[in-house]
Design a protein around this ligand. Sequence first.
Ligand code: GLC
Length: 671
Amino acid sequence: MISRYVFGTMIETEAILQKPEQAQGPLPFLAADEDNMSFTYEMGDSDIVYGLGENVRGINKRGWIYTSMCSDNPHHHEDSHSLYGAHNFFLVDGKEQFGVFIDYPGIITFDVGYTRSSQLKIKASDWNLEVYVITGTDLKDIVKQFRHLIGRSYIAPLWAFGYGQSRWSYMNEEEVREVVRNHREAGIPLDSVYLDIDYMVRYEDFTINEEVFPDFAAFNQEMKEQNIHLVPIIDAGVKLEEGYQVCEEGLEKGYFCKKEDGSPFVAAVWPGKALFPDMLNPKAREWFGNQYKFLLDQGVEGFWNDMNEPAIFYTEDRLNAVMEQLDEFKGKNLDTHEFWRFTGLISGLSNNPEDYKCFYHDINGEKVRHDRVHNLFGYNMTRAAGEAFERLEPEKRILMFSRSSYTGMHRYGGIWQGDNKSWWSHILMSMKMMPSLNMCGYLYTGADIGGFSCDTTEDLVLRWLAFGIFTPLMRNHSAMGTRRQEAYRFEKLDGFRHIITMRYRLLPYLYSEYMKAALRDEMMFRPLAFDYPEDKFAAKVEDQLLVGDGIMIAPVYTQNADGRYVYLPEQMKLVRFREDGSMEEEILEAGHHYVEIPLTDVVFFLRPDHLIPMSRGGRCVEDVDFEHPETIAFVKTEAFYEYYHDGGYEKDYENPEHITWIRMDQSGRIR
Ligand code: GLC
C-alpha cells in the first residue's frame, strides 16, 4: 500500500507521473516536526536500513549521514556524504517494515543513526515536500510498488550490453581504430568505444573537431561495419563564445540560467567560461534536446551526459572576488591560519554551495533559485535528451546514461557510478551500490571498471572485470594521465579474453534478467536478505549479491587473494569457468565455505532448481546466438526458466512472443 502525504507546496519534480490521492491522518512510522523541517524514526537495535541509491558505505546504510545533493565529487571516500545522484528512497527492515520516498527537489539529509545510533532523522532545507510511505508483504514487494510508482526503468539497446572501452581521452580517429584493432587482434570482445571531451572543438557541445575526425559520419559508419558503436560525451556547460552557434542561439532565446539581475550566469567548466542551459524550462529543454540531432544525424546511437550536477570549476563572479582578496596576501608571512585561508579561497572556487544560490530557473514562468531545485538539473538534462530521442528517433533505442540523477531520470537513461579510483575498496563500493541503485530504478548502471583515477594494476582490472561482467553497463574507463588499462595492454591476455568472453556467454541470461526486471519493476541485483528473509546470516552479507533469478555472485575484491569466504544461504551449485575453456561444477552445502578463485577464473553459484541460458560467446553482441541458448542447471526436482529474448532493438517490449519457457527435469532433459 502506498500513502502520499503532502507538506507545504512542493516544486514539482515529475518523479511520479500519476500521484495517488493525498492521504488523510497522521504520517505513519515517521514523526514529522515542521519547526525543524524534519522527520524522525526510532530504529530497533537490529533494524536494517536499505536504499539511498548512489552513496558510499554499506548495503545497510546505518551509521552515517547522507546528503542528497548532486555533487561533482571525485573522491568517493568513506567520509563522503554525497555523490552525483539524489535518490531519496529507503527501506526499513526490522521491528517494522516499510519504505519511504521523499519527493523533494532541494538538499535533504538522511542521518541514519549517525548523531544518535537509534535514530533515523531526515532533514529538509524547507517544508515543501511530499512523502510516500509504502508497506507490503516483504522487501521485494515494497520495492516493486515504489518502482511501479516512479515508472518503468530505461531500456538500453542490446549492443550496449556488450563490453565498452573508454579513456579520457582518445584524441583522434587513428587512436580509436587502434583500440578496436587491438581488441580484435587479441580476440577480446568489444562493442563500443567512448569518446571523451577531446572529440569536440574546444570542448564545445555538439561540435566535432575535423582536424582529428575529418569525416565523422564516415568514421562512425566504418566502426559500425566492425560492430563498434561510438559513444560521445555531452557536457552540461555550453561554452561561452562568440560565433559558436549553440551559445549564440541559446543566448538569443534566453535559454540559459540567469542571475538575479537577468544577466546570464557564467561559470567555468572544461571549455572555460560556460553557460548552463535551463534544463528546467520546458522550452529550453526541448531546444537542448534537439541539439543531439547533430550527432544522431551522423549515425551516433549512444551518449553519456556528464558534469550535470552541474559541476562548476569557478564562477566568473567568485573568481573576480577571490582575485581581489588574494592581493591582501602578497608579501605577507602567512601563519598556519592565514595559509589555510589562502588555500581555502582557491579550493572554495569549485562547486561552492553559495554559487548554487546565484542563479535562477524559469519553471513555466516562475523564477526559481537553483539551490531549491538543485537535484533536478542532471535529471532534466538527460530528460531533454530522452524526450528528443523519442521525437527524433522514435523507433530506435538510444544508449543514454548520465552522471547526475534524481528519481524520474531512471525513465530516460541509466547512470554510471562516476569518478572512482583504481582501488580495491572501490570494487566493493560498486557492488554495494548495485542493489541500492536498483531499488531506486537504476538498472542500467556500472562503475568505471579498472578505476577512473589513480594507476591501476593488472590484477585489479581482472578482478574488477570478473565482477563487471555481471553489471548491465560494462565499461572500462580511466582518466588522462593514469596508467593505461585497456585489456590488451596486460600480460595475462588469455585471462582477459576469457573473462570478457564470459560476459558474452552469459548475455542471454543477463539480458533476459535485465528485461524482466525493467518490465516488472523488479531488482536485478539484490542483497541476500531480499530472497532469504528468514536467514539471519544472509542479512549481514555485504559482499555477495543475487543477480537475477538464478545466481549468486561473490566477487574477489582484495589484492593477492586466491579466493574468499562465501556464505551460502542454501545448497547451491558452484560453477567455475577456467581460462583453458573448461568448466567445473560442484554442489556445496548451505553455510560458510572458503572458495578458491584464481585470478582468471569466473565463478558463480547457481540456486537449486534453477537454470540459466548461455551462449558460446562472440566478438561482439551481434555474434551472440540468443536463439539457441545452452543451459547450465542445478536440478533437484525440476527447473524452469522464463527466457526473455527480443531482437534487442525494437520497442515492443510487452510482446508475449519474447518469452519462452525452458524446463529441465532430473534426467537433464530440456523441454
Ligand atoms: C568527468 C567524468 C569523467 C570524464 C572526465 C572528462 O570527470 O566523470 O568520466 O572522463 O570528466 O570528460
